[in-house]
Design a protein around this ligand. Sequence first.
Ligand code: SF4
Ligand code: SF4
Ligand code: SF4
Length: 271
Amino acid sequence: MEKKDSGLNRRNFLKSGLVATGALALAGAGAFMLDRNTAQARVRPDFLRPPGAINEKDFIYGCIKCGLCVQICPVQAIKLAKAGEGVAFGTPYINPRIQACDFSCDALQCVETCPTAVLNFKPFKEAGLAAVEKATQEAGADFAKVNPFEVQKVAMKQIVRMGKARVNTETCLAHHGLGFKGVSRGTDFRGIYRAPESADASASPLAEKQFDREVCNLCITECPIGPKAIVQEPSRSNGNLVPKVLDGCTGCGVCVMVCPTRETSIIVEPS
Ligand code: SF4
Ligand code: SF4
Ligand code: SF4
């Protein structure tokens, strides 16, 4: 009887060992698949993460899908991904062709509100404070004239790196020496933005804006960052005046939203 019991115990032990090994293998495979799936989930490279997003893999695991960034964005640029939409389910993204981040909140509110810091406010806070300190020192006796809010907001915006814009030279009107006249995305388009020359603090519909350009330069004139991000210069191949994206590009995607060609001729490649 004793012999039988010990045989049974050995068999049970072996069986439970096999079960444990199987469970571990399954867990490993699950983790592998999760990693693979999260990487594969990013099938829309034209969708951007909101400003300040940490690296994609950590972002997917760390974001609790609370939607606070979605709620606070005044131009409703941020959406939470539905199943099969092209980025990991429930995580926030921006499709700049539909609605770009135009920085009209002035304070990176989505980043500041994120409770998990997967949108990391720390570098923005540091850049803002450093800029205010520098401006105050440079102003010397006139330090009272420095508007800390203005200085801080410019400094914070300029270090955003959601990606970098790239022009499609095949379809860009300027590369073919062509201009543009009219409403860039049609009168039904719902996107809004605060045009750089606008005195209005809030964003207004792109559909209400008429352009008339001998050579298309909408991506340049409407960029909220300006000549640090994108300039016009003669093309090396034919001398046409064309857009050139610089390292100061924040990847905000306003250029993508305003570009008048049927398929956008400028895209933002996510960082
Ligand atoms: S606020 Fe932060 S945690 Fe919440 S959905 Fe947005 S990125 Fe994710
Ligand atoms: S707005 Fe579009 S078509 Fe016009 S110059 Fe820029 S990329 Fe080219
Ligand atoms: S070029 Fe200007 S408008 Fe386009 S993504 Fe860069 S910063 Fe934004």
